[in-house]
Design a protein around this ligand. Structure first.
Ligand code: IPE
Ligand code: IPE
Ligand code: MG
Length: 253
């Protein structure tokens, strides 16, 4: 084998990019969709769906942690969600504020590292400070990393990376995948192994466009507030049956 023919090692993930039978996904990212429909089914206001949706997070996080997942990214609010009616946007921001106030201390006690991924400048100063303080408090924690994707959009993330690379005067020849990923909002986390979308839609809705290049997908019609640990266990089980090839040929086949 010549030097050039050796499989490249993914330096960031510390693994050789060869075909592999998947085991526990190191990083699970979730598109938490279906809150509005969940509320509508019950004749409740959409915001009630968002409120109950946030309550579900803790239980799902515990299940993932128990199964050995190390990174969890939750898609909570997209760059496009600002175009919803103002009452809904304001209500979601208020729910985020409350969730941070009520949950951060207990997440900290559970050794969770909380990281915001997305833009901060459009959030009001009170929320910006809350987000910064949650990150400061938990930054040295060694348990799971919880990325909260809020005012997150994959296209905006890529554009922002390009702007910062230009601003830093990075020479053209230095721009490779390894450098580029260090400019992403998610620079602290490996790429997601598994992306789960609740709510039945079969689309990515501007989520982790760069990072999901080789993620496994799982879609379920279950609405986010109805997602239970049993279904999460089944998803993790199904993941172990996936054959990840990363473009190579299956060595067993
Ligand atoms: C996902 O639930 C939460 C956010 C996008 C903020 P939705 O609010 O999109 O719920 P559906 O899709 O309308 O049911
Ligand atoms: C994706 O759900 C965004 C979040 C879950 C935060 P949307 O409800 O916004 O996605 P679309 O509009 O159905 O694509
Ligand atoms: Mg939706």
């Amino acid at each position: 084998m010549t030097g050039a023919a050796r499989p490249p090692v993914d330096q960031e993930r510390g693994q050789t990019c060869q075909s592999a039978r998947a085991t526990v996904p190191g990083h699970v990212a979730i598109i938490m969709d279906g809150n509005g429909r969940w509320a509508k089914q019950r004749g409740l206001p959409r915001l009630e769906g968002h409120r109950v949706g946030v309550e579900r997070i803790r239980n799902i996080l515990e299940t993932l942690t128990q199964r050995g997942v190390r990174y969890v990214t939750l898609y909570a609010f997209s760059t496009e969600n600002w175009y919803r009616p103002p009452e809904e946007v304001e209500g979601i921001l208020e729910i985020l504020h409350q969730a941070l106030r009520e949950q951060v201390q207990s997440l900290h006690e559970s050794n969770v590292r909380v990281v915001h991924v997305g833009k901060v400048d459009r959030l009001d100063p009170r929320l910006q400070e809350q987000v910064a303080s949650a990150q400061r408090l938990t930054c040295d924690n060694t348990g799971i990393t919880l990325n909260v994707a809020f005012d997150y959009g994959g296209r905006e993330e890529i554009l922002e990376a390009v702007r910062r690379i230009i601003r830093d005067g990075v020479p053209e020849e230095a721009v490779d995948e390894r450098l580029f990923r260090t400019y992403l909002f998610t620079h602290d986390s490996p790429d997601p192994d598994l992306i789960i979308r609740t709510g039945g839609e079969l689309r990515i809705s501007n989520f982790l466009l760069w990072q999901s290049a080789y993620s496994e997908y799982y879609h379920t019609p279950t609405l986010w507030p109805d997602l239970g640990s049993d279904e999460v266990e089944r998803v993790l089980e199904e993941f172990t049956r996936r054959q990840r090839r990363f473009g190579r040929v299956d060595p067993e086949g």
